[in-house]
Design a binder for this molecule. Structure first.
Ligand code: SF4
Length: 409
């Protein structure tokens, strides 16, 4: 397992990459050299495809080595959130908890200012909460709560444990962010949506709702649970999020109508971090499609608007040089920086963090991330039919009442 390349065997091959202690994913600088392997066994997880779940975590670097390596990451910048435990669930085993407790301790004693992010579906131990409260750097707990716990899609996940985490985080005065993904027919019923939303609206800082990420292997895994998804072929280098048809739109309207004061971000995970960190746009999302679609509070929109600025040529040059991109390949047109040619996704993400400005390239090379999370503005939202689409049925009933027959909407 340790010698396997990330994404090996996954088409297209450009996604294959050597493991390094840290990897720049679309949102986080992910720690990828600590504990590797996850016992949680979610069926939609890309780890399914390279033997990393279900798997017993194995430790790589020591906690001290791991912390020391952070500054050497090629895209390191002091404002990028660092996700510890990105190749495991940091709280899934007692050994993992001991390991990441030490990481947190050593990180807290370091000079790095970066916010720390943990993403988990397991109980957050008290010792981790106590450490998070003690260290000077901000720590965000992303609770992955889809509502699919206790089903074959998340066979070892207990929804009650995650729900309780939100309550305990609030009691500890710590920040819990609700990671709401993926959406499948099984968790898209009105009851399930309300069950999840009513709880997090009371206890979490905000939610970020994201569709399913797919490649060939995961499509095959999920086809049993969602046959319509398995029925087509896609060019996964061009796809973004997959959603059950009508659900995204319903969720946008429902959250705005029933939970108007609770922030729900759509596809814009960096905005959830921005909001939870009580700062302005950290990664050039302001006025993007995700920004405009999200239910972001007016005071936050003002905060981001006030901080929004076009970067100077010197700033662009410094960021481009660090990423080994020539200035002649960069153009700034219509409030957007475009880099000519195919650029590795991690470099684009770095530019966005460094400049806090929209940055795209003519084509994206998904090295190291194998489409785990597309760059939102280039990734299409793809809506797939599903049996028991109650939203469509309700629309049709409404139309029927108006004397209009089923128009197949
Ligand atoms: S205003 Fe836009 S960019 Fe800023 S946090 Fe809200 S959604 Fe994100």
């Amino acid at each position: 397992m340790a010698d396997k390349l990330r994404g090996e065997g996954i088409i297209p091959n450009e996604f294959v990459d050597k493991r390094t202690p840290y990897t720049q994913f679309q949102v986080w600088l992910g720690e990828t050299g600590g504990a590797i392997g996850c016992p949680v066994d979610c069926q939609y997880c890309f780890f399914q495809l390279d033997g990393l779940t279900p798997a017993k975590p194995r430790e790589g670097l020591t906690p001290q080595e791991l912390v020391e390596e952070l500054g050497n990451a090629s895209t390191y910048a002091p404002n990028i959130p660092v996700n510890y435990g990105s190749e495991t669930d940091a709280f899934a085993t007692r050994k993992n908890v001991a390991y990441y407790s030490e990481v947190l301790q050593r990180y807290g004693a370091s000079d790095y200012p970066n916010p720390v992010v943990f993403i988990s579906k397991r109980e957050i131990p008290d010792q981790i909460m106590d450490l998070a409260a003690e260290i000077p750097q901000p720590v965000l707990f992303y609770m992955s709560y889809s509502g699919l716990g206790d089903t074959p899609l998340e066979p070892t996940v207990k929804s009650e444990v995650i729900r309780d985490n939100f309550i305990r985080l609030k009691e500890h005065d710590l920040t819990g962010v609700h990671y709401w993904r993926p959406f499948l027919p099984q968790n898209s019923t009105p009851e399930k949506i309300e069950e999840v939303l009513s709880h997090v609206a009371e206890y979490a800082s905000c939610s970020v709702a994201i569709g399913l990420r797919l490649n060939d292997g995961i499509q095959a895994n999920i086809a049993d649970f969602w046959p319509e998804l398995g029925a087509s072929t896609y060019d996964f280098t061009k796809t973004g999020e997959f959603w059950p048809e009508d659900v995204r739109d319903y969720l946008m309207k429902y959250t705005k109508q029933h939970y108007p004061d609770y922030p729900v971000f759509f596809g814009t995970t960096p905005c959830s971090a921005t909001f939870a960190l009580e700062t302005s746009d950290i990664r050039g999302a302001y006025r993007s499609s995700g920004c405009l679609e999200s239910n972001c509070p007016p005071f936050q929109r003002e905060r981001c608007g006030a901080a929004f600025a076009t970067p100077t040529e010197e700033q662009i040059q410094a960021a481009a040089e660090k990423m080994d991109i020539a200035m002649e390949d960069i153009s700034l047109i219509d409030n957007r920086i475009t880099v000519r040619g195919k650029v590795e996704s991690g470099k684009l993400v770095y530019l966005r963090y460094a400049l806090k400005y929209p940055v795209i390239s003519e084509a994206v090379g998904y090295a190291a991330g194998y489409n785990w999370a597309n760059v939102r503005d280039e990734g299409r939202i793809i809506e797939i039919p599903w049996r028991n689409n109650w939203i469509k049925a309700a629309k049709n009933r409404q139309l029927g009442k108006l004397g209009i027959h089923d128009l197949g909407l």
